[in-house]
Design a binder for this molecule. Structure first.
Ligand code: HEM
Length: 474
C-alpha cells in the first residue's frame, strides 16, 4: 500500500517549518471537569493554530521583502507573526475521551514515569522515585500551548484571546516565557554556542536541503506517514500528528564557565583563555560561532560557523575520525546526539533516531554577581522541545542510550564517556569523558558538575489541524 503524501495545510506549523520567533510563551494547562465545554470551545481555538503552509508563506514573504528592500535601498519591513501550537499529554487525551492507544509506550506512560530512566535526579521513598522537578510537572499536565512571535505584545494578546475563549474549562498550571538572547548572542544558547544549526530535512517538504543536511522520510517525524515505524498501530486521529517532547532544562552557566577557566587545554601556542575556549568547543563539538570541530579542529572559523552552506557539511568521515579523537571527541555533544558516520560506517542507519529541535533559551543574562561568585543565582536555561514519531527512538533514545551511555559511540579505542553537556549519571559527580585534549586522548577528564539540570517536562502529542477540528472539538 502507498502512504499518502503529507498535507502541509493539515500539519501544525511548529513541526516541519518552525515558527519564526523572538519570544515564546509555553503555557501548560489542565482541563476542568467541563470537558464538553472545553471541546466546544476548542472549535474557536482551531483557527488560531498555525499551519505549516502559513509558516512557509510567511518565510517566503520575509525573503521577498528583504530582496525588494535591498533593491530599493531601504530597510526591510517588520512582518509580524504570532504562531500557536497545541498539544496534549496522554492524560489530556484520556480526559477528553480519546482512549484508543496511540502506539507509543513512552507517551502513554508520560515523562514523569520516565524521569529516573532518563537520569533525572530525585529521591526514592518506599520504592517510589520522585524527581526534583518543578511542582507543575509532578502533577498531571493535560496539554500545552506554545505561542511564538516577534514581541511580548503580540504574544500576550494571543494568550489573552485563548484564555477568553477557553475560560474556566482549563486552568493554567505553569507558564514560562523564553526569549532569543540579546545582541551578538542572538541564536546562541546560554553557554554561548550557536544553536539551531542542525536539523534533518524532511522529504517532500525541505526540498532544498543545505549541504550535509540529511533528508529523512516524513514518517520519522509524522505519525501514519511514509516510514512511520509503527504505522500499522496508529488510530486514524494520530495521522499527521507528531510527538512533542518538552524539557525544562536549567543551565549552570557561571559554574560551566568557571570549569572551562580552571581546566584550559594546555598546548604549545595557546594562551590560557584560548585553552579554555578550546575545551568548551571540545565539549560541544562546535565552536561558539557554530563552526564544527570536524571541519575546524584547531581554531575557530567564524565565517564557517555563520555559513549555512558549509556549517553542517561534515560527517566524521575523515580517515582519522573513526578511530581517533584528533578532530572531535567521541563524546562531544553534537557527536553523541547525531553520530553520523560513526554508525553509518558500521551499516547502522540513524534515520529513525533523528529529531527536529525547536528550543528557546529562558531566563536572564548572567549578572556580575554571578560571575564574581561563580554561582548561578537566577534560573536560566533551555526550554527544549523536539518532534519525532517514536519517542523511544528519538528523544528518549538520544538521552538514555547515547548521551548517558559511556560506551557510545561504539567500537572506539577509548571509552568515550558521558555527553559533557547533557549526559546524566547516577552519581552526578562521577562523570568523565576521554579525548578532551587532542594530544592526550586516553586521558579522562573529570566533569564534576552536571551543568544542565532537568526540572521536568512531559511527552505531548501535537495532532493534525483536521483532527483537532473534526475529532477533538465538538
Ligand atoms: C545540537 C546545546 C540539550 C540534542 C546542539 C548544539 C548546541 C546544543 C550548541 C549545536 C548546534 C546545532 O547543531 O544545531 C544544547 C544545550 C542543551 C541541549 C545547551 C541543554 C541545555 C539537548 C537535548 C538533546 C539534544 C536534551 C536530546 C536529547 C541535540 C541534537 C543536536 C544538538 C540532536 C544536533 C546534532 C547534529 O545534528 O549535529 N545542542 N543542547 N540537545 N543537540 Fe543539544
Amino acid at each position: 500500500t502507498t502512504v499518502p503524501p503529507v498535507d502541509l495545510k493539515n500539519i501544525q506549523g511548529d513541526i516541519l517549518a518552525g515558527i519564526p520567533k523572538k519570544f515564546e510563551t509555553t503555557m501548560f494547562f489542565q482541563i476542568s471537569n467541563d470537558v464538553e465545554g472545553f471541546r466546544k470551545r476548542l472549535t474557536q481555538i482551531v483557527p488560531l493554530i498555525t499551519t505549516t503552509t502559513e509558516v512557509s508563506g510567511h518565510r517566503e514573504a520575509i525573503s521577498k521583502n528583504k530582496e525588494e528592500a535591498a533593491a530599493q535601498g531601504r530597510k526591510p519591513d517588520l512582518l509580524p507573526i504570532v504562531g500557536v501550537t497545541l498539544a496534549f499529554s496522554q492524560f489530556g487525551l484520556k480526559k477528553i475521551g480519546v482512549n484508543d492507544p496511540i502506539g507509543d509506550p513512552a507517551f502513554q506512560a508520560g515523562q514523569l514515569a520516565d524521569a529516573q530512566n532518563l537520569g533525572d535526579k530525585g529521591t526514592t521513598t518506599n520504592g517510589t522515585f520522585t524527581p526534583d522537578w518543578l511542582p507543575a510537572f509532578k502533577n498531571q499536565v493535560h496539554g500545552v500551548f506554545v505561542i511564538a512571535g516577534d514581541s511580548h505584545i503580540t504574544i500576550d494578546a494571543r494568550l489573552v484571546q485563548i484564555r477568553l475563549i477557553l475560560g474556566t474549562t482549563i486552568h493554567e498550571v505553569f507558564s514560562v516565557t523564553g526569549n532569543v538572547r540579546p545582541g551578538d548572542q542572538k541564536g546562541h544558547e546560554h553557554f554561548g554556542f550557536l544553536d539551531g544549526i542542525s536539523n534533518p530535512a524532511v522529504q517532500n517538504f525541505d526540498t532544498k536541503p543545505f549541504p550535509g543536511q540529511e533528508t529523512i522520510r516524513p514518517g520519522f517525524i509524522l505519525l501514519g506517514r511514509d516510514q512511520d515505524p509503527n504505522i500499522a498501530n496508529r488510530p486514524a486521529w494520530a495521522v499527521e500528528g507528531s510527538f512533542l517532547v518538552f524539557r525544562y532544562l536549567s543551565q549552570l552557566v557561571p559554574e560551566f564557565d568557571d570549569f572551562l577557566k580552571k581546566n584550559p587545554i594546555v598546548l604549545p601556542g595557546l594562551t590560557p583563555e584560548q585553552g579554555s575556549e578550546f575545551l568548551g568547543a571540545r565539549l560541544v563539538g562546535r565552536w561558539k560561532s557554530g563552526a564544527p570541530l570536524d571541519l575546524a579542529p584547531l581554531q575557530d572559523d567564524p565565517a564557517l560557523g555563520a555559513d549555512p552552506q558549509r556549517n553542517n557539511n561534515f560527517r566524521y568521515d575523515f580517515p582519522e575520525d573513526f578511530q581517533t579523537q584528533d578532530r572531535c571527541p567521541f563524546a562531544a555533544h553534537v557527536r553523541k546526539t547525531n553520530p553520523r558516520n560513526d554508525l553509518e560506517s558500521l551499516g547502522i542507519s540513524t534515520e529513525k533516531n533523528r529529531i527536529i529541535r525547536r528550543g528557546v533559551p529562558f531566563g536572564p543574562e548572567v549578572t556580575k554577581d554571578e560571575v564574581t561568585q561563580k554561582k548561578t543565582l537566577h534560573d536560566r536555561g533551555l526550554l527544549f522541545r523536539c518532534y519525532q514519531s517514536v519517542i523511544a527512538n528519538g528523544f528518549q533514545f538520544i538521552q538514555h542510550s547515547w548521551a548517558n551511555n559511556t560506551g557510545f559511540p561504539i567500537q572506539k579505542p577509548e571509552v568515550p564517556g558521558f555527553d559533557p553537556i547533557i549526559g546524566q549519571a547516577a552519581d552526578p559527580t562521577s562523570r568523565t569523558m576521554s579525548g578532551s585534549n587532542p594530544q592526550n586522548q586516553t586521558a579522562t577528564l573529570s566533569l564534576p558538575t552536571e551543568w544542565v539540570v532537568s526540572k521536568g517536562g512531559e511527552y505531548f502529542f501535537a495532532p493534525s489541524i483536521s483532527v483537532l477540528r473534526d475529532t477533538f472539538a465538538l
